[in-house]
Design a protein around this ligand. Structure first.
Ligand SMILES: Cc1cc2nc3c(=O)[nH]c(=O)nc-3n(C[C@H](O)[C@H](O)[C@H](O)COP(=O)(O)OP(=O)(O)OC[C@H]3O[C@@H](n4cnc5c(N)ncnc54)[C@H](O)[C@@H]3O)c2cc1C
Length: 401
């Protein structure tokens, strides 16, 4: 993939840049600068999605017939580069990158008609109800049950770590519909068209950074329509494995990593080094930054190969490998950020970080966001399947060859 010296691509870049320079509101830009996890501040991210959708640009990865852009791989990369360069908030992934593609691939015509428009426009936000206390890596051991009763399923049990459930209006989830045979064989995938059913309770969990991002969700005799089932009853394991390939490697993330590097480099030029000059001149810092920069380049090469339809994209080990590399690079970048921010990263300024609060941070925006980002990124090697388990999957796949 060559992004240079193609006049058509350059014209496309100019068009993208002009739109991204003018379309986002100040609050959306602030939300982008205050993003400290994979999830940008909710209200502004959804507002931004509505603006992008009006332009037809909300889902570059979707097939054009369902509202995707029909862009080439090169165009998608150019878009991601221009997007990252402006520090715009990433769109929230659950609808656009996870359940949307799944419904396109596996949903009924009625489910596509009913759910895809709201996913695309940002009218709906979907939360992911998989994990349970005791069922994380060993997801197939899940116990939250759904019993068929007429046209409904009746759900009992609980979920945990359900990201932004308290802001969602819809939920996709895995439930146990049978205890016969192997544990994978009794799971069903359900789409819930509301999260305020009688008997359903959502409790936010405060994370390390002091923010409410994950939740616990409790179900007591919750009656939901069976028409929300994707695939057959007891076939949910295969459906969720299909969705996981989207969750673990379908997005374009390298441009955002490169943007992190640029910000870190720029901030390091303003920090004095105890050995004279500034931190950017310090050989130890240069070595550490250089090592991450080299890994970002290799990650980007792999990402481009995957998206360009290289046979690697079909390899079952690839999404796991991508997840391990991407999450570990993200963590290393946040370590470098906190190192550059130094003591400026220590105060916990929850009000100042809130978009639109108007509360002035004690230091720079770089310092304000460094520690929450570092703390939140501790979880990148856990969610979407822990890295230990991903490494195990890669090893087992390679071992079979
Ligand atoms: C910030 C965050 C957001 C999340 N968002 C969501 C969400 O929106 N929806 C959702 O459903 N879930 C979500 N999760 C849950 C996440 O998917 C689970 O935390 C994850 O699958 C790990 O499960 P666990 O926490 O039960 O840990 P465990 O499975 O108990 O693992 C504990 C440790 O044991 C290791 N381990 C376990 N099994 C093996 C093995 N076979 N081989 C080697 N090592 C092993 C693990 O790697 C880990 O280090 C989120 C989690 C976090 C932290």
């Amino acid at each position: 993939m060559n992004l240079d010296r193609d006049p058509a691509l350059e014209a496309f870049r100019t068009e993208v840049a002009a739109f991204l320079d003018t379309a986002p509101t100040d609050a959306i830009r602030e939300a982008g600068r205050r993003t400290t996890s994979a999830f940008a501040p909710f209200d502004q991210a959804m507002q931004w999605q509505r603006i992008l959708n009006d332009k037809g640009w909300a889902a570059p990865g979707w097939p054009a017939e369902y509202g995707g852009t029909g862009w080439s791989l090169e165009q998608r990369y150019v878009f991601s580069e221009e997007y990252a360069r402006r520090d715009l908030p990433p769109l929230l992934p659950n609808g656009l990158q996870m359940v949307g593609p799944l419904i396109i691939d596996k949903g009924t015509d009625e489910q596509k008609k009913r759910y895809l428009p709201g996913i695309l426009s940002g009218a709906d936000y979907w939360t992911q109800g998989y994990s349970e206390p005791g069922s994380g890596s060993d997801l197939a051991s899940l116990r939250c049950s759904a019993v068929r009763d007429g046209d409904d399923y009746v759900i009992n049990g609980s979920k945990i770590w359900t990201t932004l459930a308290h802001r969602a209006n819809r939920m996709f989830m895995l439930v146990r519909t049978s205890t016969d045979g192997p544990k994978q064989a009794g799971i069903t995938f359900l789409l819930l068209d509301r999260v305020d059913y009688p008997g359903m309770q959502i409790r936010p969990i405060v994370n390390l950074a002091g923010e409410e991002e994950q939740c616990e969700v409790f179900f007591e005799d919750v009656r939901v329509p069976a028409s929300g089932r994707v695939g057959e009853e007891n076939d949910g394991w295969a459906i969720s494995k299909h969705l996981l390939t989207y969750e673990r490697g379908a997005s374009v993330t390298a441009p955002r990593m490169r943007r992190h590097l640029e910000q870190i480099r720029a901030a390091a030029r303003t920090v004095p080094s105890p050995y004279g000059g500034n931190l950017a001149d310090d050989p130890v810092f240069q070595r550490d930054l250089g090592e991450v920069a080299a890994d970002v380049i290799s990650f980007e090469c792999v990402e481009k190969l995957i998206h360009s339809g290289h046979p690697m994209a079909k390899d079952p080990a690839t999404p796991s490998m991508n997840k391990v590399l991407g999450s570990e690079i993200t963590q290393r970048l946040t370590v470098l950020r906190t190192r550059v921010a130094g003591v400026g990263a220590v105060p916990r300024q929850l009000e100042a970080i809130e978009v639109g609060s108007g509360v002035e941070p004690l230091g720079s925006e770089f310092e304000l966001t460094a520690m929450p980002w570092y703390l939140n990124s501790r979880a990148t090697t856990i969610y979407a399947g822990t890295n230990e388990v991903q490494r195990d999957l890669v090893a087992r796949t390679l071992g079979r060859r």
